[in-house]
Design a protein around this ligand. Structure first.
Ligand SMILES: [Mg+2]
Length: 360
């Protein structure tokens, strides 16, 4: 596989902070948060402190492969990108909704990979990555909804799930649709609604996606949240999501300790709790990725997902250079995520060897 990048082909816009570094930061930051939280995903804070000390887990756990493991959050993020890119290559119009059936098909590739189905050939380079074929606590709602074979949508929900499996995977929608942040909201929310039918499951995905779009356009996290809340409030069933997001903003400005604040926001198993906890951590430590990501994972809830979402937000804000170099090097799929950042950064038609890497 050619991981090279031909900058001349890239129709690059250097306005604002729209910059490849922010794209790579978003995806690799997400993977780092995912990997930091994974060893403690199902542990209460008391157990975490007993095992790792009073401040909780402080470093990536390196496995025998020499890398820290990512989980379903990062795997599905990559398959979201796979589906969106394949759809965009077919349609070549980023001002319209993508073909959501194409995104669902990419999620089906992920599900098949999880269950060791004979690897399907010619489905593109992301499907061929061996770490996609290893189970790392995949979410039940995602698995059952995809296995059912019927893609859900906001207008035709397929279940009543509000889990965080929708929001944890949609950062690429914000990167790809950054020129139209309100559309980015809809794309992110519809990606989540493929498997999660409750507004508390899909609207947080819209929130993450639009926030990422604003951030790569140059807004800081605080302004990105304020802008995104305006869009959120136009959607039916937004009230609980809005309430938690506003609570996160308020807590970030207060002197409530982070551990108390996170407790007030929930545990992150539900979509709105996950986006609220991650947003709170990004607002609380907007300049220090290391502090923010440790804050986002060291609690009794869904640590890898809140870590991953925080990593997407703050990685996009700070750019790859401001993430700890050791973690960027040691996290699984770092090189592949770097390639994916480049593919999302250029126009779809400028992706090198698109026909081979994203067959559609
Ligand atoms: Mg996970």
């Amino acid at each position: 596989m050619n991981l090279g990048f031909n900058a001349q082909n890239a129709n690059v816009n250097f306005q604002g902070r729209y910059n490849l570094s922010n794209y790579a930061g978003c995806l690799k930051g997400g993977a780092i948060g995912d990997a930091l939280g994974w060893p403690i995903e199902f542990r209460r804070i008391s157990e975490i402190q007993k095992k790792y000390g009073k401040d909780g887990i402080q470093d990536l756990i390196i496995k025998s492969t020499g890398k820290a493991e990512i989980t379903d959050d990062t795997q599905m993020t990559m398959f979201t990108a796979d589906g969106l890119i394949k759809s965009a290559l077919k349609k070549l119009n980023l001002n319209e909704m993508p073909d959501m059936k194409r995104v669902f098909k990419s999620y089906k590739l992920w599900l098949d990979a999880q269950f060791g189905k004979i690897q399907q050939k010619n489905e593109g380079w992301i499907n061929d990555i061996k770490e996609m074929h290893i189970q790392r606590a995949p979410g039940n709602t995602c698995m059952s909804a995809i296995a059912n074979g019927v893609p859900g949508s906001i207008s035709k929900p397929i279940n009543n799930s509000a889990g965080c499996g929708g929001v944890m995977r949609v950062a690429p929608a914000g990167l790809m649709y950054k020129d139209n942040p309100e559309l980015a909201f809809k794309v992110g929310a519809e990606c989540a609604a493929l498997t999660h039918g409750h507004p508390r499951g899909y609207l947080p995905a819209g929130v993450l996606s639009e926030m990422i779009a604003h951030i790569v356009n140059g807004k800081n996290v605080e302004d990105a949240v304020n802008e995104t809340l305006k869009t959120l409030k136009t959607y039916k069933g937004h009230e609980p999501v809005t309430a938690l997001m506003e609570k996160a903003q308020k807590l970030a400005k207060s002197d409530v300790t982070p551990s108390e604040a996170i407790k007030e926001l929930g545990e992150g198993w539900v979509g709105d709790e996950a986006i609220a906890i991650s947003t709170y951590c990004a607002l609380k430590e907007p300049k220090d990725f290391t502090k923010a990501v440790k804050m986002a994972v060291n609690h009794s809830g869904d640590s890898d997902s809140t870590g991953a979402i925080l990593g997407n937000i703050l990685g996009a804000e700070l750019g790859i250079e401001k993430l700890p170099a050791k973690w960027v090097k040691n996290v699984e799929l770092s090189e592949e995520l770097g390639q994916l950042a480049k593919d999302l950064y250029v126009k779809p038609q400028d992706i090198e060897a698109a026909v081979v890497r994203y067959p559609y």
